[in-house]
Design a protein around this ligand. Structure first.
Ligand code: INI
Length: 175
């Protein structure tokens, strides 16, 4: 018997809200990543009034803003956007590690998928190359990931109810 593939295909009739947290530091780059993320959401039928954008000073502040957004339970996925460029700072390693860990933690602790649209590059040229048009814009890619995860996770969660409803795996608890 073939495995049961849980679909994450398009079901744009289901309205969903998305959050974007964007760092102003290196705003030349982060504005381009934000434009890419907005393009991807709009191309997939997400109306602007279903998108909440929060600006933070730098990538270090993305974690707390993403956590606050996730805790509202108003958004089904959060796209985190920043640009940490090694040439600009002696604390590149600290900022990039902190934002990576924070975004991972918010995602796992809250169950709201947080997509990582944060560039960590050695040079401004590399950052420019990764914030261009579709196919070369990590903000666009992160938004595609957000669309997919927002469709997939509710379907995985609903499997529990489906199994119980079918009586295939009766729960052990008495609730
Ligand atoms: N923040 C970034 O998003 N990218 C950077 O490259 C960067 N540099 O170079 O320092 C940066 N620093 C600011 C940091 O994110 C915090 O906003 C700041 O330390 C205040 O907490």
């Amino acid at each position: 018997m073939p495995p049961n593939i849980i679909p994450s295909d398009d079901d744009s009739r289901v309205p969903r809200h998305y959050g974007i947290v964007v760092a102003r530091f290196n705003e030349l780059i982060t504005n381009r990543l934000l434009d890419g993320a907005l393009s991807a959401l709009r191309e997939h039928g997400v109306p602007d009034d279903a998108i909440d954008v929060a600006y933070v000073p730098g990538s270090f502040e993305i974690g707390p803003a993403a956590l606050a957004m996730a805790e509202t339970k108003h958004v089904e996925a959060i796209i985190c956007i920043g640009a940490v460029i090694r040439g600009e700072t002696a604390h590149f390693d600290y900022v990039s590690m902190a934002v990576t860990q924070a975004v991972t933690r918010v995602s796992l602790d809250t169950g709201v998928p947080c997509l990582f649209g944060v560039l960590t590059t050695d040079t401004m040229e590399q950052a420019l190359a990764r914030s261009g048009g579709p196919g070369a814009n990590r903000g666009y890619d992160a938004a595609l990931g957000a669309l997919e995860m927002a469709r997939l996770l509710p379907r995985i969660r609903s499997m529990r109810h489906r199994k119980h409803a079918a009586g295939a795996n009766p729960p052990h608890s008495t609730d």
